[in-house]
Design a protein around this ligand. Structure first.
Ligand SMILES: Nc1ncnc2c1ncn2[C@@H]1O[C@H](COP(=O)(O)OP(=O)(O)OP(=O)(O)O)[C@@H](O)[C@H]1O
Length: 562
């Protein structure tokens, strides 16, 4: 418990762990344990005090010399590692360095211009200006300018509230993946090289204007020669693997140096985290892996008889490689396009329930689950089915974690905080004994405060004569109404996000550390929450009998999908 209370209230998990470790391994920790064993008192100038002062001094000297010895022993390995990484990076490292300097100058310029505007006003300098390029806002801008790797790192930060401070997690939710379009001639060259034959022999037609261009890939519409099927071609942008390798090697070297300078960071496994990020990013630039994820999802739909309700694009392996993915073209609209959805189906609510059931069902029944269901990747198709796109980011969840997750979700709806605490304890890896009653009380406080702010918000809306439900019901009206709807949705989402971050923060203060899947799952639930507000404002996603989360599925029939 002493360790737990020592870390409670901290904001940065890495820092928390640092404090946690030092409090147990430092001389203070030794003093504390000795003190409790022998029931000694400490009066300054007393013999005992002098004894302990000497004891403490010798302990810290021992600690210092043992650390120094560790460092000296580790130095050759560090140097070897850095040299090896630099050799692997090669000249692309220097090029990236130049691009990095350019990006820093660009964002630095933005900061200076914002500073000059602010210094003209009498108000106090906002915190983000004081922190400069290290503030969440400018750091996010810098990451966007640095391109693919850093955008993905930014998205990783946004999805890992257990590792980063909440201000950064919140800000990096806005890390947009926009990138300049690669000229069509270059795309044609890549296609020719990858497919090993003239593109005219494979495709009847390729649209030179891309459908989408993000930092890693560019997507073009096309038609297959022979079968005349409509397809899309996802092409890995040129040089992207080199950039990823150079950037990730740089991040790795920085992590190694930080761990060398502060060995306690190695217990927080900084290098381990960087290695994990490297692995998952390199997976994302391998379209053969994405193709395998799509196929496994399609197999799941087949196996449970859901192909009439949902689909994922068929992969054309004969014209797909590691860098090129040719897929069936789906036609539809994002789940946030209420106008078109209402014109396609009589009940948008039913479509949403289908999407929820298919996704929840895949958590256990499929090898992996789709871990990026933002509206661009979740469509209502023209034929009324739900289309799942982009399987670049997937997660895996164990039945044990999911069982605890179910209890957690249910407890949100039923407001049973002790059950919520037990579920979170079950999910979070910890060696400490958690005081579940105190934890439950802290969770209740978070939920009560968010409830109070929602009630205040609705009350304020009423004051200005805007009823939430009426606003949503008239969403297809004039521009002003549409603005009111989106404003409403954004406020609610922020509240949800803040709530999630609060739960994670409080859990961590009790020594819990969640698997990455927990954050991935919560993020998807926030997306689904957004769709629910738009498509079925009266639906309680976690309580409605028509929504089958995994364990119900085992006992229920498939009627829920119809
Ligand atoms: N099978 C498909 N049918 C129709 N359009 C598609 C298909 N696959 C991709 N697209 C279009 O291309 C866009 C980008 O595709 P995808 O999401 O796979 O790429 P990405 O680089 O991972 O983008 P992001 O990171 O923004 O999700 C999609 O939002 C969609 O508009």
């Amino acid at each position: 418990m002493a360790v737990v209370s020592a870390v409670r209230g901290g904001r940065w998990p890495l820092f928390q762990r640092h404090r946690q470790i030092s409090s147990s391994s430092s001389t203070m920790g030794s003093w504390g344990s000795l003190r409790s064993r022998r029931h000694l008192s400490f009066r300054p100038n007393s013999k005992r005090f002098a004894l302990f002062a000497r004891y403490s001094q010798s302990q810290s000297q021992d600690l210092f010399s043992s650390r120094l010895q560790d460092s000296v022993e580790n130095l050759p390995k560090l140097v070897e590692d850095i040299v090896q990484t630099s050799i692997n990076t090669g000249p692309r490292g220097a090029l990236r360095m130049a691009q990095g300097i350019q990006a820093v100058i660009g964002v630095g310029g933005e900061w200076l211009s914002d500073m000059s505007k602010s210094t003209n006003s009498t108000a106090e300098l906002p915190i983000q200006l004081q922190l400069g390029l290290l503030s969440p806002f400018y750091l996010r801008r810098l990451f966007e300018r640095m391109g693919a790797t850093y955008i993905k790192l930014g998205q990783f930060i946004a999805s890992a509230p257990t590792l980063f401070p909440p201000e950064y997690v919140q800000e990096f939710q806005n890390c947009f993946d926009r990138a300049p379009v690669v000229p069509f001639d270059e795309i044609k060259t890549i296609l020719r090289e990858e497919l090993g034959r003239p593109i005219e022999s494979v495709y009847e037609y390729v649209d030179p204007t891309p459908i989408a261009s993000a930092s890693i890939a560019q997507v073009h519409g096309a038609r297959l020669r022979g079968s005349q099927e409509d397809v899309v071609i996802k092409v890995l942008k040129p040089g992207i693997e080199d950039i990823l390798v150079a950037d990730l090697n740089f991040v790795y070297v920085v992590a190694r140096l930080l761990e060398f300078l502060n060995p306690e960071l190695s217990r927080a496994s900084l290098v381990g985290i960087v290695k994990d990020i490297r692995e998952s990013m390199l997976e994302e630039v391998d379209f053969q892996k994405e193709a395998a994820n799509i196929e496994s999802f399609r197999r799941y739909l087949e196996a449970v008889g859901l192909t009439q309700q949902a689909t994922a694009p068929k992969v054309y392996y004969q014209c797909s490689t590691k860098r090129v993915l040719t897929m069936q073209r789906l036609y539809g609209v994002p789940l946030t396009d209420l106008d078109t959805i209402s014109s396609l189906v009589s009940s948008p609510e039913t479509s949403l329930i289908t999407a929820l059931n298919v996704w929840f069902g895949s958590l256990l029944a499929c090898e992996t689950f789709h871990a990026d269901v933002h509206a661009g990747n979740l469509w209502l198709l023209r034929d009324g089915r739900i289309g799942f796109l982009d399987f670049g980011i997937v997660g895996r969840i164990s039945p044990k974690t999911w069982a605890a997750m179910e209890v957690f979700l249910e407890s949100i709806a039923t407001e049973e905080y002790e059950a919520m605490a037990s579920a979170l304890i079950e999910m979070g890896a910890t060696n400490t004994n958690v005081d579940s009653k105190a934890f439950a009380r802290d969770l209740e406080k978070i939920f009560s405060s968010i409830k109070a702010s929602i009630i205040t918000y609705i009350f304020l809306q009423r004051l200005v004569d805007l009823d939430t439900e009426v606003v949503i019901a008239t969403a297809r009206g004039t521009n002003t109404t549409a603005t009111a709807v989106s404003a409403n949705v954004i406020v609610d989402e922020r509240q949800m996000n803040a709530l999630f971050l609060d739960v994670v923060r409080v859990s961590e203060s009790y020594g819990l550390k969640f698997p990455r899947e927990f954050a991935l799952l919560m993020k998807q639930l926030l997306y689904f929450d957004r769709y629910t507000r738009l498509l079925a404002p009266n639906l309680n996603m976690l309580q409605d009998q028509r929504v089958s989360i995994a364990s119900n599925r085992r006992s229920n029939s498939r009627d829920n999908f119809r």
